[in-house]
Design a protein. Structure first.
Lengths: 185, 185
DNA sequence: ACCTGAACACCGTTCAAGT
DNA sequence: ACCTGAACACCGTTCAAGT
């Protein structure tokens, strides 16, 4: 579907996303559409043509983040030790989120993120992540009632620590406590 | 300092807080000052006279929530079993937060909550809470490196699950996982 | 087809006038 | 002293005019 876009429109769309990612990372969450438009060198209307809503733009940024999650999960699946694979899945995912204000905003910003828009990416991630967790459960490396369904919840909690923690690295402590809680019975 | 308020002003202040608490609980986070003023039966200006900022109003609601936390901690301190005291501290606190959109908004709403305004209440809570945790550590009931400093972080994580979790009770699972993680090495 | 930016809407906040 | 609400400011969003 992106093939039908005119060449200049496609370039503009790309410029907007790059500008948005950069500004969110640098300025934090309170970046205005007008700033993004200016930074991308387009008019406000152009931003709205491509992303009907500010949330839609953020959703788009989240989508690419999810694709990275999938890569992380696929790589972690290669790790031999089942417990380490799980720990790596958590740790690398958290590392990816750190400093991505767009993603954090999507989760923390409350106002409905368009999760419908990224079901596909989420499913692609769920595959390897589920396999990693189930393997660890079967190996007795983590508590038997743990499942992939718990993962988003816990990551969300860790992300909230990134967001609100006083220092920068407090979330690693939070992650430590979570991982300790995964040990079997 | 509240003694110097004129009687009608004191009544208005109280009406505003009651209205705010009720509306936040019922409508969620996107309640407007004008609605609060209307529901309290005062003018907008009166709300601003008492609470220079919307955040200040929310901070006030949070302050009273913290006082309840302190009561919970003092009660939990009476529990004989050290591990159970810790579990109760977490569970009761989380229960208190549930359904308090004002509190959740204060934590999740990002935009700087005036924590300076509630240092005193926080300290009053830290006393018994610290004692509960240190007692459990000394008894070998929880991991030795756990401290009160970890508490707000973990509660914040659980609160984020209340906020974003699909169902209503998902956060209890999160709490379970956290408590499991507290067990000693 | 797509771009632009002036104009609109919404909501937090202020302040001149009232009691 | 305190109250009131019209007016202002800010920012997300729309839409008529332009290419």
């Amino acid at each position: 579907m992106e093939k039908t876009l005119r060449a200049d429109a496609r370039r503009n769309r790309e410029k907007i996303m790059v500008a948005a990612r950069e500004l969110f990372a640098r300025e934090g969450e309170d970046v205005q559409i007008e700033q993004i438009a200016a930074h991308a060198g387009v008019g406000i209307g152009t931003v709205y043509r491509h992303f009907p809503t500010k949330q839609d733009l953020v959703t788009e940024l989240v989508r690419s983040r999810f694709q990275q999650f999938t890569e992380i999960a696929l790589a972690a699946e290669e790790i031999e030790d089942p417990a380490e694979a799980v720990a790596t899945l958590f740790t690398e995912s958290a590392n990816a989120v750190e400093g991505d204000a767009g993603f954090q905003m999507a989760i923390m910003g409350v106002e409905d993120l368009e999760w419908e828009g990224i079901e596909e990416e989420k499913a692609a991630f769920a595959g390897p992540a589920t396999r990693i967790i189930e393997r660890a459960v079967k190996a007795g490396a983590i508590r038997p009632d743990f499942s992939f369904d718990d993962f988003p919840m816990l990551m969300c909690g860790i992300t909230s620590t990134m967001y609100f923690g006083p220092g920068g690295g407090e979330w690693r402590r939070h992650l430590d406590l979570i991982l300790a809680g995964l040990r079997p019975g």
